[in-house]
Design a protein around this ligand. Structure first.
Ligand SMILES: Cc1ncc(COP(=O)(O)O)c(C=O)c1O
Length: 481
C-alpha cells in the first residue's frame, strides 16, 4: 500500500469534520486537569456509594447496545456526563463490601491510584527496553514469592490477564517440559508430537478445563482423580494408582490450593512426592488460596507449594487490585520462555532485564505490575494479611450463623473465605431463595452444585467488608427466608 503524503493538498482533501474531531482531543488535552478532577470526583462518589447502592443491577433495558456510533463527538466532559447518566446507574457494586459472588476482589485506594497511573503513562510492558517497567514487574514477582514463602531464587514468573491464562501457561510449560524429557520439542513440532501426554486432576477449576481445550489437549482428555469423601481434595491413593497404571511418556498433575467451592487444599507434599516418583510436572492452581500464606492460622495448608513446577494465582481476587491481574510462577522459566518467545528483528533489545513478552500470551501488555506495586508499597505484607484474616473470619462467622439457623444448612465448614450453604428446601426452592436474596440488593451470592445439591457461595475477598456488613447480610437473608 502506498503511503499518503501529508501535503497541504492532501490535507485539504481530508474530511473537515475529522480535523475538527481531532481538535477536540487537543482541546481536551488543554482541559485535562479539569477533566481528571471531574473524573476523580465521579469515581470517588461511585466508590463511596458502593456501600449503600444495590449490590447488583438487574434491569439494563435503559441501555441500548444497538445505538449507532455518533458521527461527531463532543469531547470528554460530554462523554463523562453520558457515563454518569447512561452507565453508572446500571453497574454492580462489585467493589463494595457485600458483593460475595465468584471470588471478587475490590480495589484498594493505592491499587486504584496505581491503575490510573498505569493508564496515564501507558507503558507497553513488553520488557526492559527504555523503561523501568520490567524491573518493577520483577520486583513485584519477588514480593509475591516472599508473600507465598517461595524461594525467589528458584521461582520466577509473569503477570497475566488472570488465573485462566496462568493455568494455560502451566499446561503449556508443563507439556513442553514433558516433551523435552523424552526428546520431543512440542514448541517446534506441535502437540501431536507427544500424543501420549496424560493429565491428572481431581477438582480442576472450570478455567483449567477451558485451557485444556485452548491448548489443543481437549476438555475431556484428562484422567479424573477421585476426591476424598465429602470434599474436593485429591485422593492421594487414587492418584498414585492412576499414575502407576499410566504408561504415558508425559504426565501433568493439576492440584488445587483453595478450590472455588469448598476452599479445599490438596496435600501438596504427598502429590509432589508422587510427581517426583513418576516424573510428572506439578501445577498448582492457587488462584486465591496462595494468600492463605498470609494467615498464620492457615499457612500450613500450603505446605509443599514450593515443590510445584508451576503455580497459578491472581492479583485481582484477594490482593484487591483492579482487573486485570493474574500471576504465574514457575521453577522452569526457561521452559516457559521457550514456548512463549516472540521473534522479530524489531522486537530485539540489548537492554538488561526480563523480556515479559516471552513469558506469556500477549505481546503488547498493560503495565499491570504498577497497581500491585503501589498497593504493596502502601500497605505492606501486614496490610494484605489483614484482608485475608478478616475475610476468613467473616466466612467463619457466616458459617456459624447458618449452622445455628433452622431454615439454612451449611454445606461445608469453610477452610478459607468461602461459605457454602443452602436452604432446607428442595433445589428448586433454593434456586428461588437465591433469586430473592440477590433481588434484595443488599448482597450478591453466586450459585453452586455441591454434593449433588444446589447451594450458594458467599466468597469474602474484599478489603471493605466489615462486621456491620455481616449484620446487613444476615438480616437480608432472614428477611427473604
Ligand atoms: C481456583 C480458581 N482458578 C482459576 C480461576 C479463574 O480466574 P480468572 O477469572 O482470574 O481467570 C478462578 C476464578 O474464580 C479460581 O477460583
Amino acid at each position: 500500500m502506498s503511503r499518503v503524503e501529508n501535503t497541504a493538498e492532501n490535507r485539504a482533501e481530508s474530511s473537515p469534520t475529522a480535523d475538527t474531531a481531532r481538535h477536540l482531543m487537543f482541546d481536551d488535552l488543554e482541559k485535562l486537569g479539569r477533566i481528571l478532577v471531574q473524573t476523580g470526583d465521579m469515581a470517588h462518589s461511585f466508590i463511596q456509594s458502593a456501600d449503600d447502592m444495590d449490590v447488583t443491577c438487574r434491569d439494563f433495558s435503559a441501555f441500548d447496545p444497538s445505538r449507532a456510533l455518533p458521527r461527531q463527538g463532543r469531547g470528554t466532559l460530554d462523554a463523562l456526563r453520558a457515563v454518569q447518566d447512561d452507565i453508572l446507574p446500571l453497574l454492580a457494586a462489585s467493589i463494595g463490601p457485600r458483593y460475595l459472588g465468584f471470588v471478587t476482589g475490590g480495589t484498594t485506594p493505592a491499587a486504584l491510584v496505581g491503575d490510573w497511573l498505569a493508564s496515564a503513562i501507558d507503558q507497553n510492558a513488553t520488557g526492559p527496553e527504555g523503561s523501568v517497567n520490567a524491573a518493577v514487574e520483577e520486583q513485584v514477582i519477588n514480593w509475591l514469592c516472599e508473600i507465598a514463602n517461595l524461594p525467589a531464587n528458584r521461582f520466577d514468573g509473569v503477570l497475566t490477564t488472570g488465573a485462566t491464562v496462568s493455568n494455560l501457561l502451566g499446561l503449556v510449560a508443563g507439556r513442553q517440559w514433558c516433551g523435552e524429557k523424552v526428546g520431543v520439542d512440542i514448541d517446534a513440532d506441535g502437540a501431536g508430537a507427544l500424543p501420549d501426554l496424560q493429565l491428572f486432576a481431581a477438582s480442576p477449576h472450570a478455567s483449567m478445563i477451558k485451557d485444556m481445550s485452548i491448548a489443543g489437549i481437549g476438555r475431556n482428555n484428562f484422567t479424573k482423580i477421585v476426591t476424598l469423601p465429602g470434599s474436593e481434595q485429591t485422593d492421594i491413593d487414587d492418584l498414585k494408582a492412576k499414575l502407576d497404571a499410566s504408561d504415558a511418556r508425559g504426565k501433568i498433575v493439576i492440584a488445587s490450593a483453595g478450590t472455588v467451592n469448598a476452599t479445599d487444599f490438596d496435600d501438596l507434599n504427598a502429590i509432589a512426592d508422587l510427581c517426583a516418583t513418576y516424573g510428572a510436572w506439578l501445577h498448582v492452581d492457587a488462584a486465591f488460596g496462595m494468600f492463605a500464606a498470609l494467615d498464620d492460622r492457615r499457612a500450613h495448608l500450603l505446605a509443599g507449594l514450593e515443590r510445584a513446577d508451576s503455580i497459578t494465582s491472581d492479583g485481582h481476587k484477594w490482593l484487591n487490585v483492579p482487573y486485570d491481574c493474574g500471576i504465574f510462577l514457575t521453577r522452569h522459566i526457561g521452559v516457559l520462555e521457550k514456548c512463549c518467545r516472540a521473534f522479530a528483528p524489531y522486537l530485539e533489545t540489548r537492554a538488561d532485564g526480563n523480556m515479559y513478552i516471552n513469558r506469556g500470551v500477549e505481546n503488547s501488555r498493560r503495565f499491570r505490575a504498577l497497581p500491585l506495586w503501589v498497593s504493596m508499597q502502601a500497605y505492606g505484607r501486614d496490610g494484605f494479611a489483614g484482608i485475608v484474616r478478616a475475610n476468613c473470619d467473616q466466612a467463619a462467622d457466616l458459617a456459624a450463623w447458618v449452622k445455628s439457623h433452622d431454615k439454612l444448612e451449611l454445606m461445608r465448614d469453610p477452610k478459607l473465605n468461602v461459605t457454602m450453604f443452602t436452604g432446607v428446601g428442595s433445589d428448586d426452592d433454593n434456586r428461588a431463595l437465591l433469586d430473592r436474596i440477590n433481588a434484595s440488593g443488599k448482597l450478591f451470592l453466586t450459585p453452586t452444585i455441591y454434593g449433588g445439591r444446589f447451594g450458594f457461595r458467599a466468597a469474602f475477598s474484599n478489603w471493605r467488608t466489615r462486621d456491620h456488613d455481616l449484620v446487613i447480610i444476615k438480616q437480608a437473608i432472614d428477611f427473604v427466608l
